[in-house]
Write a protein that binds this ligand. Structure first.
Ligand code: 16G
Ligand code: MG
Length: 544
């Protein structure tokens, strides 16, 4: 049943005996030297997934914000979404089968899923700028061809670009052209349409500094820049010409360290943003006239976009159900603002894009963002149709028509398949231009509660089990009670703990009315985790 090349080819991509890796929150991710067999096998699996779904599947070679020496792989399902959980399980099984058991593991998937092996199979492959990515993406393609599938190599693309290509291909062009040029033209046309009616913007207002994290996002911003017709004037920093990928720069560094990246020239009040290593996350920030750093993270982005959309819906006179989806990491102030001031329905899900994406699909318009800057907006098919009819309706007044057209262009500028730093950047820039808003004004929509994130090392992080979208720890016994009684001691306080899905640590989050309280609470909760959940190494120390 299996074509003969599989065995021979897999011998060229041997698995180191005993190595065990898990398909984590967003695919496999580890030191690049351990990944050749994983890539080959993910090529095999993507081919099976393509036969099963009778559609094109994507495989992206990247380790996102991890250091340059790591790499990883993510599988993309037909509509451009993350691969479905059952297949994540198959991915782990295939990845960990010892060399001599690989064929049995493959046959197992084929039987369980009743895959017709005579079906055509197509796989789109993309890679980031890591030095290991070229040979690893070749290993993916070897896997595809070993099972008789066809691969198309998109070469260097951002993760969201590959998601977009897969969606375009499987919707037969309805979502756009499955080319990098098609992606740019869809986005920039929508951006130009959105901003064209904004008159008298100064060069300062059109200017944006972008930290490309020395990665693929920088390359792609360069390619796109010319199309923006000076409506957006970008100064690109950390473009990969000298610095190291994600090293002291990029969205993850800025968010976690709460400080500016190195390599970016910043003047007071100027808008800056950072992408991560595969350009599926973005955060904004600026320095004020006192030299103080202000971060505008995924929560602030979600609020800006939700406000804009809600206003347009009102102006257009359409009644669509809009909701915002966050995780437990969302700053309490953002949740309060969305629910109380904006009267938007807010849902909280577990960490990880696939959970947010899924929850956002429940609304006509679902705005989802993780605090770390990964997010997008989903429009239901019905919502898109209503908006389109309205935009074409000859019997409505100009204000309603203008709002409907803006909604249409918003739909086109956003990448609905997954969070996309470039698409999100264009939408944010368009909103700020349309509203005539400075980054300071955007920042002052609400004030973040001071917060702190810490990590605790424990012998086995699986002893921590959570419920209620990770907001409560149900095991080990006594931990949640300990957290509850600590939280009571501070004003406006909240804290939760969860095992990381990407690192061997337990993560602790705390927020409170003052930074001292947030730091103190985070420290005390870390101690509770250390004592009740099997901490290893020294006791967590008080922050200085
Ligand atoms: C992955 C997730 C991200 C999540 C992070 C949490 C995707 C594409 N990425 O990077 O959404 O915030 O993991 O990491 O799903 P943690 O479990 O180590 O805290
Ligand atoms: Mg990323």
């Amino acid at each position: 049943m299996l074509p003969p090349p599989v065995l021979k080819q897999s011998g060229l991509h041997p698995k180191p005996a005993g190595l065990v890796l898990q398909y984590g929150t967003a695919g496999f991710r580890t030191n690049a030297k351990k990944l050749d067999h994983i890539m080959f096998r993910m090529g095999l699996l993507a081919t099976l997934r393509s036969r099963k779904t009778k559609a094109t599947i994507g495989v992206m070679v990247t380790a996102s914000h991890n250091p340059e020496e790591d790499n990883g792989v993510k599988l993309i399902d037909p509509m451009g979404e993350m691969v479905t959980p059952t297949w994540e399980g198959y991915a782990t099984q295939l990845a960990n089968a010892e060399q001599e058991d690989l064929l049995t593991a493959l046959k197992d998937v084929i039987e369980k899923e009743a895959i017709d092996m005579s079906q055509e199979a197509d796989v789109f492959v993309g890679k980031d700028t890591r030095s290991s990515s070229a040979s690893l993406s070749q290993a993916v393609m070897d896997g595809v061809s070993a099972l008789g599938g066809h691969s198309k190599d998109y070469g260097l693309v951002t993760t969201p670009q590959l998601h977009y290509m897969v969606c375009c291909q499987n919707t037969k062009g309805k979502y756009g052209d499955a080319t990098v040029e098609g992606y740019y033209s869809k986005l920039y046309q929508a951006f130009i349409q959105l901003t064209k009616s904004v008159l008298n913007r100064t060069d300062d207002q059109k200017h944006l500094s972008v930290d490309g994290a020395n990665g693929i996002g920088a390359l792609k911003v360069r390619e796109m820049e010319a199309h923006l017709k000076k409506e957006l004037q970008i100064s690109l920093f950390n473009d990969g010409s000298k610095g190291k990928l994600n090293h002291q720069c990029g969205a993850d560094f800025v968010k976690v360290q709460q400080k500016p990246p190195t390599g970016v020239e910043m003047n007071p009040g100027e808008r800056c943003c950072s992408f991560d290593g595969d350009a599926d996350r973005i955060v904004y920030y600026f320095i004020d006239s006192e030299g103080q750093f202000h971060l505008l993270d995924g929560d602030k982005i979600a609020t800006l976009i939700s406000t804009f959309l809600k206003e347009l819906l009102t102006q257009a006179g359409v009644d669509l159900k809009m909701g915002a989806v966050q995780t437990a990491y969302a700053n309490g102030s953002s949740t309060r603002y969305l629910e109380d001031t904006m009267q938007v329905i807010v849902r909280c899900t577990k960490t990880g894009v696939k959970h947010l994406h899924h929850a956002a699909q429940e609304f006509d318009i679902g705005v989802y963002f993780e605090a770390n800057g990964h997010g997008t907006v989903l429009f239901s098919k019905a919502a898109e149709e209503i908006i389109q009819h309205l935009a074409e309706d000859a019997n409505i007044n100009d204000e309603r028509k203008r709002a409907a057209r803006m909604l249409q262009n918003t739909i086109n500028v956003i990448n609905q398949t997954v969070g996309d730093a470039i698409a999100d950047m264009l939408l944010i820039e368009a909103i700020l231009a349309i509203k005539g808003m400075t980054i300071q004004q955007w920042d002052s929509i609400y004030s973040d509660l001071p917060n702190r994130q810490l990590k605790v090392k424990v012998a086995d992080r699986r002893v921590i089990d959570t419920a209620d979208a990770e907001r409560r720890a149900v095991s080990p016994a006594g931990l949640q009670d300990a957290i509850d009684s600590l939280v009571k001691k501070y004003r406006k306080a909240r804290s939760f703990v969860r095992p990381s899905g990407t690192e061997d640590v337990v993560r602790v989050y705390a927020e409170a009315e003052t930074q001292e309280s947030a730091d103190d609470l985070a420290h005390k909760v870390s101690l509770a985790v250390y004592r009740l959940a099997g901490g290893v190494g020294g006791e967590p120390k008080q922050l200085l």
